[in-house]
Design a protein around this ligand. Structure first.
Ligand code: ARG
Length: 465
């Protein structure tokens, strides 16, 4: 099998050690930058023509050659494997020279792999960020759908994983909707900083050819050009920011997964996952395990690790490009793959789950989740909150000893603790009233939640149109 010639052989007399070559090469993974790198090369070729470096004929031959390469890669499954190369940049140049001969050797004028790789990486990442945001939007849609499916379902809300106050299931769904909205905003912000063109800064100092960088930027859809050549080829803060934004997506996904894992356990029995996203046990016939969710929770760790890896790779680098930077790719690639699959699977899980509404309602009305209501009731009768809190604490203790809920106590029993308690207390303690009273913006009153649901739906629809 032919091998692409390396790009730097002139001052060497000995052959590269095979073991070192394997260590040094990045072609096995950076081939993912193929389309981005070819497109950037086409733009660079145009700039070289404008700069008078290439004749019209040469630039046309190069462009045609690069377009042919794009097509070949599309239909020839072995295209990449037939020409072992150091990296994707060497591969493309070797393919070009194979196709059009010597003219292909002029393409690398005025550029270095240092600005080339930074450009391809940014181009590629730009598309991926858009894709991830779209998939996250799909998850948001799934959250709204599951909320709508069981709009009236009530859940006990928790703090410290102890029953606290009742909430609507839809309120829970909307909490995650908010998190993913912010995640998508973060992705947008990262996108803007990714969308800056390094090409034309060459190895580290800039180029002496009259390359119109701004024109190249326009052609490739970049919003601007990097202002400093050293910075352009050596920083990867955009990649760190991207992995950071993804780390937060994974935090949110992992929390969502953890909630659902708990709710599906027999101890809770709140939620049933579809068979389609569950697995069984090879030994215990009764088992139905939430593997999809556990994997999402587990994979969060990978992305956090990637962020640390990337930061550590960057922290001691002397100016400007160093080969350490080749380590930026695999962590970012794996981050992209991991986040995408987790977002997709989470949406599938959500769209197909069922809330056992009777059970959740029962749980929301057992365990004194309306104790705060009783305190608030006393406040309305002009009892200072601190005193009301203390009084209700004593009533709860008494109820616990009788194994009763608050609304199962007799009025006269409650009145022993406070003379302010009257017959209207039972209405205040009802589940409906407990929920309805949380009526400020952001609260779980059904009226508020249904409004929030509508505006969430509208915001997604607006984006989609
Ligand atoms: N594969 C390299 C990387 O990913 C490309 C840049 C190589 N540049 C160099 N001067 N050796 O960083």
């Amino acid at each position: 099998m032919a091998e692409s010639k390396n790009l730097w052989g002139g001052r060497f007399t000995e052959k590269t050690d095979a073991g070192f070559a394997e260590f040094n090469n990045s072609f096995s993974f950076d081939r993912r930058l193929f389309f981005a790198d070819v497109h950037a090369s086409i733009a660079h070729c145009g700039a070289l023509f404008q700069a008078g470096v290439l004749t019209r004929l040469e630039s046309e031959r190069i462009k045609n050659g690069l377009n042919t390469i794009l097509k070949r890669a599309d239909y020839d499954k072995n295209y990449f494997d037939e020409l072992p190369s150091e990296d994707i940049h060497s591969f493309i140049e070797a393919r070009l020279v194979q196709l059009i001969g010597d003219a292909g050797r002029k393409l690398h004028t005025g550029r270095s792999r240092n600005d080339q790789v930074a450009t391809a990486f940014r181009l590629w990442l730009r598309e991926e960020i858009e894709e991830i945001s779209k998939i996250a939007r799909g998850l948001q849609r799934a959250l709204l759908k599951t909320a709508e499916n069981q709009k009236e379902a009530i859940l006990p809300g928790y703090t410290h994983l102890q029953r606290a106050q009742p909430i609507l299931w839809a309120h829970w769904c909307l909490a995650y909707f908010e998190m993913f909205s912010r995640d998508r905003e973060r992705l947008d912000e990262v996108w803007r900083r990714v969308n800056v063109l390094p090409l034309g800064t060459a190895a580290l100092a800039g180029t002496s050819f009259e390359i119109d960088r701004e024109e190249v930027a326009r052609e490739l859809g970049f919003e601007g050009v990097s202002a400093n050549s050293l910075d352009a080829v050596s920083d990867r803060d955009f990649a760190v920011e991207f992995v950071g934004a993804c780390a937060l997506i994974m935090v949110h996904l992992s929390r969502l997964a953890e909630d659902l894992i708990i709710y599906t356990s027999s101890e809770f029995g709140f939620i049933e996952l579809a068979d389609a996203v569950s697995t069984g046990s090879s030994i215990m016939p009764q088992k139905k395990n939430p593997d999809a969710l556990e994997l999402i929770r587990g994979k969060a760790g990978r992305v956090f690790g990637h962020q640390t890896a990337l930061l550590t790779t960057l922290k001691g680098l002397p100016m400007a490009y160093n080969k350490d930077l080749q380590e930026d790719k695999e962590v970012v690639f794996d981050t992209v793959d991991t986040v995408k699959i987790c977002l997709r699977v989470a949406a599938i899980v959500l769209k197909n789950l069922h809330v056992h509404e009777e059970k959740t309602r029962k749980a929301a009305t057992t365990g004194y989740l309306n104790a705060t209501e009783l305190a608030d009731y006393l406040v309305q009768k002009d009892v200072p909150f601190r005193l009301a809190h203390d009084t209700v604490g004593k009533i709860v203790m008494s109820a616990i000893s009788q194994n009763k809920e608050l609304d199962e106590l007799d009025l006269s029993e409650m009145q022993k603790f406070s003379e302010h308690i009257e017959a209207d207390v039972f209405e205040a303690l009802s589940l409906e009233q407990t929920l309805a009273s949380k009526n400020q913006i952001g609260g779980t009153a059904p009226e508020r939640v249904f409004e929030a649901l509508e505006s969430a739906k509208e915001s997604l629809e607006m984006e989609e149109n």
